[in-house]
Design a protein around this ligand. Structure first.
Ligand SMILES: [Zn+2]
Ligand SMILES: [Zn+2]
Length: 251
């Protein structure tokens, strides 16, 4: 139906994070779509949407729509609702989730918004080319798709992964999962020789395109453990994964 094709796609985490960051920094001002900062925010959000492969009608992510989103956040804002004001009632589930995840931690929110902006601004192919494709078994990080892609591309950087494995093997004499101890070569013999995955441990909100990965930023994980880190939000930290495994094996 013609009407359907005109509908604008729902907002992604990445876009909402930028809007929420603006809201948290300017909670009580009017978000008039005619204001230069709202027009700029709309531009930035459109750039993200485009990089994520989204497109819509003429009104797609325009200043009006962005202004409405900011007003939606008021419905989740106790500072606002406690004054007897209700904000727009049209808030959706993802907005509510993001409010819970980020509104109490403006520093992390600001860092995440900065990481997303930097990821989009960089002409670096790691962030611009592969944004549209989504890995089905990897849950997008709380911080959105742009930083998820940055995280994954660091883990797939062959050069640094090879250096990490060589360094680890030199220290420990063999490769094994740093969470569960699984050793592919010990179990699968020659077929498993040299096989292990790398997980990048820097919080994704702190990732910036062009940063170099240090060997100490990476841990070796078997394919199962690495999958379990990323399968749901929030991603597990390696310490949590270890605790989880310890608790499971003591049962
Ligand atoms: Zn493991
Ligand atoms: Zn990972």
């Amino acid at each position: 139906m013609a009407q359907e094709t005109k509908r604008n796609p729902t907002w992604t985490r990445d876009e909402l994070i930028l809007a929420l960051d603006h809201y948290v920094q300017h909670p009580s001002v009017s978000h008039d779509p005619g204001k230069p900062e709202i027009m700029q925010l709309a531009k930035d959000i459109s750039a993200i949407a485009t990089a994520l492969g989204l497109a819509g009608s003429d009104t797609f992510r325009n200043a009006n729509g962005v202004s409405m989103k900011l007003l939606n956040f008021r419905a989740h804002d106790p500072d606002y609702t406690s004054r007897g004001q209700s904000g727009l009632k049209r808030g959706n589930k993802l907005e509510a989730e993001l409010w819970v995840e980020f509104a109490g931690d403006p520093k992390r929110l600001a860092e995440t918004a900065a990481a997303i902006r930097a990821g989009i601004a960089a002409s670096d192919p790691e962030t611009s080319r592969s944004l549209v494709e989504v890995e089905p078994d990897i849950a997008e990080a709380e911080e959105g798709r742009v930083v998820t892609r940055m995280h994954r591309s660091r883990e797939r950087n062959r050069k640094i992964v090879a250096r990490k494995k060589a360094d680890f093997e030199k220290k420990h004499g063999r490769l094994f999962c740093e969470a569960c101890g699984f050793d592919f070569a010990a179990i699968y013999g020659e077929r498993g020789e040299g096989f292990i995955e790398c997980h990048h441990t820097v919080p994704v909100s702190k990732l910036r395109p062009g940063d170099t990965t240090k060997l100490s930023d990476l841990v070796l994980l078997c394919a199962n453990c690495h999958r379990m880190v990323h399968v749901r939000r929030p991603w597990l930290r390696v310490t949590d994964l270890r605790q989880f495994l310890r608790a499971a094996s003591s049962n």
